[in-house]
Design a protein around this ligand. Structure first.
Ligand code: SF4
Length: 390
């Protein structure tokens, strides 16, 4: 097994950079208890004016989202950033792979800043380039590589998107995964798809939207020789699912769905396709964060909803729709720990540094990776139509 470069760790600001790589904030990070944080953020934003564009992912904290110029999912935000070529600084309140995508889709003169470099994504970290290249070679040895089309979820690092670009593949989002899989299967006779890095989105889309049999989906475990699969299993598969998952959406369970249905007859269960297949099978509706928001906005007053996605978004939806009953599909608190790394002190620290002429925590993708990743992203942008779940 190859040596794997380790992902960023979701740990606190500290001096032990061996244990807490990438989390140093040069200069003074304001204390969370500073009563002037909101005013300081406002003042720094005002000082930067149109030179600054702040993007806020739906899963961000309220204290941060209040300063976002625009909110959305990762792909919408990257496109919003590209549509503001006049903005010199793009402050991305989200996680690392999102800031990379914004850097790829914006002009070379625009600078993308992630307020805390420890805001990674555990799912994206589950597929490292070296692991994927090893898998690709193993598929060549197994005699199937020529028929495999790689498809990566937006929630992956830039070098995985670039791998897909170099190898005839495409990027997809949770809104257009079905269209992307249709495209991939049309690329070669008897095509197989290597789906990265979220096995659940891949399985749910293949089985529930495209009618592929569950037995035709196999899981490639990068920690096992040959992915832990036999030559026969690989030969018989149509979907080779990378063994990755979202640590937030992976927590929801079918038992809680049963409990809520018993407690609230008539409840509507609405989940994200990153949830496990067993949970999605028990849900009434499944779709992206944008789909979840639109569904709740369009719901009748008095209706009852259980939502399976990140808690910051569910809480905001509940607050914004007091005429509907909205509950969280888990017994425990279920925030995304890395998304929540971006807090008001880090945002103030980043904005004040920019206002003082210092660019901190800039996210840059090297030109070669960017060019290959753009190929895969462009293939996605060229896909026909849009999913009904967008
Ligand atoms: S919610 Fe899941 S997929 Fe999204 S950033 Fe957090 S760990 Fe990654």
């Amino acid at each position: 097994m190859s040596t794997i470069d380790l992902p960023l760790l979701p740990l606190g600001k500290g001096r032990d950079l061996d244990a807490e790589r990438g989390v140093e904030c040069p200069g003074d990070l304001p204390a969370a208890s500073d009563p002037d944080l909101v005013e300081r953020a406002r003042a720094a934003k005002a000082a930067l004016g149109d030179r600054l564009f702040v993007l806020g992912h739906h899963y961000q904290r309220d204290e941060v989202i209040q300063f976002a110029d625009v909110t959305g999912d990762s792909f919408k935000l990257a496109r919003d950033a590209a549509a503001r070529p006049d903005a010199e600084f793009i402050v991305f309140c989200g996680v690392h792979f999102m800031a990379e995508s914004a850097d790829i889709l914006t002009s070379p003169t625009q600078r993308v800043v992630l307020p805390d470099l420890a805001a990674g994504c555990s799912m994206a970290d589950m597929a490292r380039l070296r692991q994927v290249e090893d898998a690709w070679e193993a598929m060549a040895d197994a005699g199937i590589q020529d028929s495999v089309v790689p498809v990566t979820y937006m929630n992956s690092s830039a070098d995985i998107k670039a791998f897909c670009g170099r190898n005839g593949g495409v990027v997809c989002t949770s809104s257009n995964a079905e269209v992307a899989l249709d495209w991939a299967f049309a690329q070669k006779p008897d095509a197989k798809v290597l789906f990265l890095p979220d096995q659940h989105l891949g399985r749910n889309t293949a089985v529930l939207q495209m009618g592929i049999a569950l037995e035709e989906c196999v899981v490639w475990d990068p920690r096992q020789p040959g992915g832990g699969l036999t030559a026969e299993e690989l030969a018989g598969a149509r979907m080779i699912l990378w063994k990755g998952h979202c640590s937030v959406h992976g927590r929801f369970s079918e038992h809680v769905v049963d409990e809520l249905r018993a407690k609230h007859p008539g409840i509507n269960v609405l989940v994200h396709p990153e949830c496990k297949h067993e949970v999605v099978l028990k849900a009434d509706l499944v779709g992206s964060t944008e789909f979840i928001i639109k569904t709740i906005e369009a719901a009748e007053p008095g209706t009852v909803w259980a939502i399976g996605t990140e808690l910051n978004l569910v809480k905001r939806l509940a607050d914004a729709h007091p005429d509907k009953t909205i509950v969280f599909l888990d017994r425990n608190v279920c925030y995304c720990s890395t998304m929540n790394r971006i807090d008001l002190p880090h945002l103030v620290w980043a904005l004040e540094n920019l206002a003082a002429g210092q660019v901190v925590n800039q996210i840059t993708v090297d030109p070669e990776t960017e060019a290959d990743a753009l190929v895969a992203l462009q293939r996605m942008l060229d896909l026909p139509g849009k999913s009904h779940r967008d």
